[in-house]
Design a protein around this ligand. Structure first.
Ligand code: FAD
Ligand code: NAP
Length: 339
């Protein structure tokens, strides 16, 4: 047995909220054999298994009566190259942002808008990570997952992942699929997405009118660093709520009362609202109760000032949900995975 299983481990260093709960048992997987060993161990001990990556999309509300397995597998490779399109593969435990930088270093574009997102490659398909107008589904080539029910390996194509806005089959079937490695189709000639938010403006300010993919990555890193709290300094899990997509008629009704409403029309005729704007209008920006709070610059981000418990953060989130529902008739859905 190479898997090192430890008893009663604090998960504080393993979740970006910095919530201090304990795992009944804890281990790290460095290869596929470790993963299989963890599954066998849990079956033998009749213990649940919770797989984590960087812990940047978790809200831990109590001690975890399970084996918590942190994915620490490593490996980056080029699988094919036709001179234009290159398929790359990364192991689940690779950290996302260094992986993005590695692809840029290979002269490949496609992931630049997803720069500086915390977490691991293996968790990225869970909620089809997205930022600045790009989601991984746009460049996704496939993944290999282990079916925890049967122990069999399964390859998934983009259609089989059933990706949606911050959602996928893997999130909907939580606990069934253990993602081992993920593949992306990237381009040797960049097709850049600059129209979203302040990206082009930041490049213009920097005097760049013919940007490379690396220029876009650097611009996005600088925007994100200014707007988002660094979890190493202030505990958080990024956006706490998804942006709600609502019927156009309801958006028009809200706009009558709030002419400044921010809304983005969707292809299906609905309208996506900025959840952060709704929370700010409801007066929650900068709110703090004990050590649980709403970030003073970005209302979509709940923060842990030090000793907040997961339950305190959850209760704050629920109060915000109730208030926003009462004021705007809009339901905010939580984005982090709750345990
Ligand atoms: P974890 O939090 O460890 O796990 C998340 C879920 O995935 C859990 O349910 C876990 O059980 C499961 N899981 C983890 N690894 C595997 C695996 N290998 N196989 C099966 N299941 C697995 N998200 C965005 O989409 N866009 C952003 O721009 C963005 N910005 C962020 C900024 C900040 C400051 C923070 C803190 C978070 C941000 N996030 C963003 C959220 C988060 O970074 C992403 O969702 C990320 O993909 C989570 O990766 P992780 O490895 O930390 O996953
Ligand atoms: P922002 O630029 O202030 O914009 C606010 C919201 O409006 C965003 O959430 C975005 O929705 C939406 N939006 C802005 N421009 C848009 C456009 N041209 N078309 C459609 N929708 C538009 O947002 P931010 O908080 O600084 O975040 C910037 C990007 O990083 C966003 O894409 C955001 O999703 C992502 N991000 C995600 C997390 C997370 O934890 N999930 C954390 C930080 C940042 P979308 O969110 O749908 O893109």
């Amino acid at each position: 047995m190479t898997l090192q299983v430890q008893d009663r481990v604090s998960l504080k260093p393993f979740n970006t909220f910095g919530v201090d709960v304990q795992a009944q048992q804890f281990a790290e997987a460095h290869n596929d054999a470790d993963v299989r060993e963890a599954l066998a161990y849990c079956a033998e001990q009749q213990l649940p298994l919770l797989v984590i990556g960087g812990g940047s999309n978790l809200l831990l509300t109590a001690d975890i009566p399970a084996l918590v397995l942190r994915m620490a597998t490593r490996g980056l490779r080029l699988l094919s190259d036709d001179g234009q399109r290159v398929v790359v593969e990364a192991e689940a435990g690779e950290t996302w942002h260094p992986f993005v930088l590695w692809t840029l270093g290979q002269g490949l574009s496609g992931l630049e808008n997803l720069s500086l997102i915390p977490g691991t490659v293996g968790a990225a398909p869970m909620q089809n990570i997205g930022a600045y107008g790009v989601e991984i589904k746009d460049v996704f080539a496939g993944l290999t997952a282990l079916d925890r029910q049967t122990g069999e390996l399964r390859e998934f194509s983009v259609d089989e992942c059933d990706f949606a806005y911050r959602d996928s089959l893997f999130k909907r079937q939580a606990g069934r699929w253990l993602i081992l490695r993920v593949r992306f189709t990237l381009q040797r000639v960049a097709h850049l997405h600059l129209e979203y938010g302040p990206v082009r403006q930041r490049l213009t300010e920097q005097g760049i009118d013919q940007p490379t993919a690396s220029d876009v990555s650097r611009a996005i890193c600088s925007i994100r660093s200014e707007k988002l709290p660094d979890p190493a300094v202030l505990g958080n899990a990024g956006s706490f709520f998804k942006n709600p997509v609502i019927p156009a008629a309801l958006a028009a009704e809200i706009k009558l009362q709030y002419p400044g409403l921010v809304g983005y029309p969707q292809a299906d005729g609905q309208v996506k609202l900025a959840a952060g704007w709704l929370i700010e209008q409801a007066g929650w920006k900068g709110f703090r109760e004990a050590d649980a709070g709403v970030h003073r610059l970005q209302s979509l981000v709940l923060v842990n000032y030090g000793e907040a418990t997961g339950l305190q953060l959850l209760q704050l989130a629920q109060k915000i949900q109730q208030d926003v529902a009462r004021r705007f008739k809009v339901n905010l859905e939580m984005e982090p995975n709750l345990y």
